[in-house]
Design a protein around this ligand. Structure first.
Ligand code: MRU
Length: 363
């Protein structure tokens, strides 16, 4: 079968003068593109999770920074270090947990430094080219993760449980956790997907179920609390999730609820895989305890789906992510190879590799 067609979460618009995102807060009912013409608009879209998923956030921020520099240049504002730093800091402040955001913005800083002092048109062109490269590399990484992850699926097919959205909507390509499922679809291997709703913002039911059903994948949505009994009944062959940040020791920050799934999978003897590009790995963070966990607004829990679902006077805790200790993870699938525990050496190796490096392991 031909390559699956997936939605493009982030793309250029107006010949690079803006970027366009699918407004993910409006899915699955409405597929609406939102045009972002400045760093302020891009930062707001990231904070409000109109674009979300660690790699897509990094791509949007990089494009938004290039767009902002183009906007300033057209207004005759000099593209000095101060202007660049202001936009950079604004975008950097949007969401604290995912590593791809700071990684992509750091690449943009290096690109800017290489051409600082050049004519404005040249600076803007260099920043657009760097943002383009970040997006293109992520697309290739997703495809490679899909191929390597596919090798981990039983050849006769499987029922895969996933959480949140680590699909096309979260990346520049076919996703990370979802990529092996798309590759299986392309190769005619039957894969059935079960996705938890992913409370409170329902990325599983609103986004993953939407993009998988568009691609013709057999997908069933369950309330998050159903996972345990499905595993006990032997109805899940493996679990795959994405990651927002992977520490040097292999601890993984991902959407709240991931840790519980990893514990359940371990208890029931079910493989628990994490799929992520190397840009999600943060070798400077020694372990998961040092990863900042974003705390989001109480309103997302109290009335996240419109109706009031908790008394107005009670306290709400709304951590957006949790950290799964490396010991619960069967393997980490990156575009540079499948890492197995203990993770420290493999992580140091893939995170230290330059462009064009070869995968460590192909299956
Ligand atoms: O809060 P979100 O929706 O941005 O969280 C997304 C996740 O946790 C994903 O699993 C992760 O970013 C990996 S996306 C390839």
């Amino acid at each position: 079968m031909a390559e699956v067609r997936v939605p493009q979460a982030v793309r250029w618009a107006s010949a690079g003068a803006a970027l366009e995102i699918i407004d993910q807060t409006r899915l699955p009912e409405n597929t609406t593109y939102l045009r972002l013409g400045s760093a302020v608009e891009t930062a707001a879209a990231i904070r409000e999770m109109r674009v979300r998923g660690a790699p897509a956030i990094g791509i949007a921020a990089a494009m938004g920074l290039a767009v902002e520099m183009g906007r300033l240049a057209r207004s005759g504002v000099p593209l000095g270090a101060e202007a660049f730093q202001e936009a950079h800091a604004l975008l950097r402040s949007t969401r604290p947990t995912g590593h791809n955001l700071s990684w992509a913005l750091e690449r943009m800083r290096c690109a800017y430094a290489r051409c600082a002092g050049a004519a404005a048109a040249e600076v803007v062109a260099a920043l657009r080219a760097e943002a383009d490269a970040i997006a293109a590399e992520d697309r290739l990484a997703c495809r490679r993760i899909g191929e390597l992850g596919f090798e981990l699926l039983p050849p006769e097919g499987a029922t895969v449980y996933t959480h949140c959205n680590a699909g096309a909507l979260a990346t520049g390509g076919i996703g990370t956790a979802v990529a092996p499922i798309y590759v299986a679809r392309e190769r005619g291997v039957p894969v059935r997907v079960i996705v938890g709703e992913t409370r409170p913002l329902l990325q599983g039911s609103r986004l993953t179920a939407w993009e998988l059903s568009q691609a013709g994948v057999d997908v069933t949505v369950v309330a998050d609390s159903v996972a345990a009994s499905l595993m006990k009944e032997g109805r899940v062959n493996l679990v795959i999730t994405g990651a927002d940040r992977i520490a040097a020791n292999g601890d993984v920050a991902n959407k709240i609820g991931t840790y519980g799934l990893a514990v359940l999978a371990g208890h029931h003897g079910i493989p628990f895989y994490v799929a992520a590009p190397v840009s999600t790995i943060d070798p400077a963070t020694r372990n998961g305890g040092r990863i900042p966990v974003e705390q989001r607004d109480a309103a997302e829990v109290r009335q996240g789906c419109g109706a009031v679902t908790a008394p107005r006077e009670v306290a709400i805790a709304n951590p957006a992510f949790d950290v799964t200790p490396a010991g619960f993870i069967t393997a980490i699938v990156t575009e540079r190879g499948v890492l197995r525990p203990p993770y420290s050496a493999g992580i140091a190796e893939v995170a230290g590799q330059g462009e064009g490096s070869r995968p460590l392991e192909s299956g």
